[in-house]
Ligand binder design. Structure first.
Ligand code: SAM
Length: 271
């Protein structure tokens, strides 16, 4: 049996693959190495840890409304021989706490988070991200699966039928999911826990999210939408936006206005 970290799917997904995508976006779009990087909605904080190791010269901060980031130490012990970067910290926040009152960041990334933020505060949360950026700073955002996509319920582990959450009456969906979870461990990740998370999803779509970024004064540098090849069932094609039914992943980079060139020139003339 191969026990190397690289053979562990969690390690590959959270410590290698998605941090690499974030690093590529920073390299492509940031003018310089970031000084402050925020992982908004860091969860267990593995990506935060990866970014802290990738950018030892930056302050890297993981923020979440839960304390799941406490697991990051166990992850470092299991996979990184316990080595812990000095430039990393985690903080628990309340939903809607103002980032801009806490820090100014060159990069704020959120991975599989914005679809979970309460709809009532979502526009303010995105606006606050913009306010917490340094000039030219970046918001890097990933969402998958999007709500209207085939497995946008996040319930595929219990019900492997595309668009079941849009086709079945709510109580049938719940009964099928709970039946599939019978006999399995309770708590986070269980059928009941996942169904409660499903009910909280804010159902955001790509145009809505990109609209919030624009309203926050951020410009679009990259807006990638990955689509499924599956054909949605006819009743859904008649009642839903065809693009929303197919887009299952968003990956976007938006930027705060860059420092004014005039200011820079005047600064240079004064010297
Ligand atoms: C699916 S998890 C993703 C965690 C992590 N980003 C990852 O990639 O593994 C969604 C996370 O968003 C967090 N979250 C939800 N609403 C939030 C909010 N208003 N502010 C900060 N974090 C929030 C949840 O607590 C949860 O840890």
């Amino acid at each position: 049996m191969n026990n190397s970290p690289a053979s562990d799917p969690q390690f590959r997904a959270h410590y290698i693959a998605s941090p690499a995508q974030i690093r590529d976006a920073i390299t492509a779009h940031a003018g310089r190495d970031p000084q402050v990087i925020v992982d908004f909605g860091c969860g267990r904080g593995i990506k935060t840890l990866a970014l802290a190791n990738a950018y030892p010269g930056a302050e890297v901060v993981g923020l979440d409304i839960t304390r799941a980031f406490q697991h990051a130490r166990d992850f470092a012990n299991a996979h990184l021989e316990g080595v812990w970067p000095a430039n990393l910290r985690y903080e628990q926040i309340e939903p809607g706490d103002r980032l801009a009152e806490r820090l100014q960041a060159d990069v704020i990334f959120s991975w599989s988070v914005l679809e979970h933020v309460d709809r009532e505060i979502l526009p303010e949360v995105v606006a606050d991200m913009g306010a917490a950026l340094t000039p030219g700073g970046l918001v890097i955002s990933q969402i998958a699966p999007l709500y209207y996509s085939p497995f946008g319920s996040h319930l595929r582990a219990f019900l492997d039928e595309p668009w079941a959450h849009l086709m079945l009456p709510h109580h049938h969906l719940r009964a099928r999911v709970l039946a599939a979870g019978e006999g399995k461990p309770e708590g986070p990740g269980s059928a009941e826990w996942m169904f409660a998370r499903y009910e909280e999803l804010n159902r955001i779509t790509a145009p809505e999210l990109f609209g919030y970024f624009r309203a926050a004064g951020l410009s679009s540098l990259q807006e990638d939408m990955r689509k499924v090849a599956l054909e949605p069932p006819e009743p859904l094609r008649l009642s839903h936006d065809p693009l929303a039914l197919r887009v299952y992943e968003l990956f976007s980079v938006h930027a705060a206005p860059a420092p004014s060139r005039r200011g820079g020139l005047l600064g240079r003339l004064r010297r």
